[in-house]
Design a protein around this ligand. Structure first.
Ligand code: FCB
Length: 485
């Protein structure tokens, strides 16, 4: 009997070890080539990208432009800032990209970039409802002209977290009667710039806008733990996306020439202990609320949102599965979720996993987790088959510039593997960001830039850690040039 129990226990232990090894290997790669237990031999130089790949940087108007030539316009963020940013910081003139765009586009060229993602400042363009500021529109025509002069493909975003104050004061996306104003603005901007741009992002990270504004309260309007408002805002943003897509395709002079997509951030919610059913349950719940329900909407046309303690929300829109010519993927890292009965929410997010995963952190509370970029690409390929992907944002806050090189090396390796091994149709990569800029709630403390910016003199300096990006672009673009000659 005793021997039988021992055998049974051994078999159980072997099975558990086998199961854990499988889970672990799918979550974490072994980057250290010297590790004798390595499962995958990783050579981060072994990368390749498609010939027509877009290499770029991404930005958002509010974070880099500054007010431009006129008095600062009022927006949800301008009103929010004074008391809510770390150490009382304010955006001010940011990195004055509004005036320095030519210099910045030159820097993109120096890196070898052939694409640039940026957003239109709705608050500057339409400071008063229904009145477009022609000077600001002329400015964006100039930016687009300069990009074309330098052979850089533009990708324009209509909404990147910021909206005019008049829109905010009417409860913005919480009130579905307001949607028409944003849809009208987006379609008008398309009409204005359709001859100069062919890649369009409707809305940046709807679920981040919603969680910051209606859960954590670190973004305007600063509402905390309001799941019913959050799901309504999310519903309205997704409906707006569909209407903008259809509106543009109906008015475009050459609809087939234009690709339109939403930008989805995927921050996986992974269980802290993969074998703890409570960690698994909560992480799945959160992952569905932040990621799964949106991907389901675009796959099936049906949106189902549920969180314990809130009213479930469902709606359908049969047009949804037809409204992404591409999907923009923003990827930074993942969250580890642990059940904790002593927290009001019954869970906590753990930012480090010292006992197993790689614990190298960025200056944001995000671990370095390139495997997640691979997983996110594969997930999009599986859940939205045949929809091409652009990595519309990926970058590291690294004030000391001692992890940026490693970050770029590993994330680009993971991306190359997603393309070449998993067959993901990824068409471009936009690093966040060309220069340091105003990082929302964190202000200027977070240094994401390939170029460091001296905020007193506005002088830009290429960081050492960024040079790898330049090398990869040059190497890959040169490879194809060689083939052509
Ligand atoms: C993303 C935002 C972007 C920037 C990066 C660091 O979630 O879209 O504006 O703040 O994070």
């Amino acid at each position: 009997m005793f021997a039988f129990v021992i055998i049974l226990l051994s078999v159980a232990l072997i099975a558990i070890k086998w199961y854990l090894t499988r889970i672990y290997a799918s979550l974490y790669w072994c980057w250290d080539n010297g590790n004798e237990e390595k499962r995958i031999s990783i050579d981060t130089d072994d990368v390749s990208f498609p010939q027509s790949f877009l290499w770029g940087t991404a930005s958002a108007a509010y974070q880099c432009e500054g007010p431009g030539d006129k008095a600062p316009t009022k927006s949800n963020w301008s009103e929010w800032e004074p008391q809510h940013i770390k150490h009382g910081q304010q955006c001010g003139i940011a990195v004055d990209h509004y005036h320095r765009y030519k210099e910045d586009i030159e820097l993109m060229s120096t890196l070898g970039c052939n694409a640039y993602r940026f957003s239109l400042a709705w608050d500057k363009i339409e400071p008063v409802e229904g009145q477009y500021d022609q000077d600001v529109l002329a400015h964006y025509h100039d930016v687009l002209k300069e990009l074309h002069r330098q052979s850089i493909v533009p990708m324009v975003t209509f909404h990147h977290f910021v909206q005019p104050l008049w829109f905010e004061e009417r409860s913005s996306f919480l009130n579905s009667t307001n949607l028409s104003a944003f849809i009208r603005f987006s379609i008008d901007m398309f009409k204005e710039f359709q001859d100069e741009c062919h890649l369009w992002c409707t809305i940046n990270e709807p679920e981040v806008y919603v969680s910051g504004g209606y859960f954590t309260g670190i973004f305007p309007p600063g509402r905390k733990s309001q799941p019913n408002e959050a799901s309504l805002v999310l519903q309205n943003l997704l409906q707006a996306h569909v209407d903008i897509y259809d509106g543009i395709k109906a008015t475009a002079r050459q609809p087939d020439q234009h690709s339109i997509g939403i930008v989805k951030d995927i921050f996986q919610f992974d269980p802290y202990h993969p074998l703890n059913p409570l960690d698994v349950y909560i992480s799945r719940l959160l992952d569905y609320a932040m990621n799964g329900c949106i991907l389901d909407f675009f796959r099936t046309g049906s949106f189902k949102w549920k969180m314990p303690g809130s009213t479930p929300r469902t709606f359908t829109n049969p047009r949804a599965p037809h409204t992404n010519d591409f999907i923009g993927l923003n990827y930074y890292s993942h969250f580890l979720v642990r059940f904790n009965p002593f927290k009001p929410s019954s869970f906590e997010i753990v930012h480090r996993q010292d006992d197993s995963g790689p614990s190298l952190m960025t200056d944001m509370a995000y671990p370095l987790y390139p495997e997640g970029l691979y997983r996110a690409c594969v997930r999009l390929k599986d859940e939205l088959p045949r929809v091409p992907i652009y990595i519309t944002e990926n970058g590291i806050a690294d004030r000391c510039d001692d992890r940026r090189h490693l970050f770029l090396r590993r994330y680009l390796y993971a991306l190359s593997r997603a393309i070449n091994e998993a067959g993901c149709d990824v068409r471009g990569y936009f690093y966040w960001s060309l220069t340091d800029n105003f990082e929302w709630a964190e202000g200027y403390d977070m240094k994401f830039g390939l170029y460091d910016v001296n905020l007193q003199t506005q002088e830009r300096t290429l960081r050492d850690g960024a040079k790898y990006f330049q090398q990869v672009i040059q190497k890959h673009r040169a490879k194809y040039q060689k083939k052509i000659t």
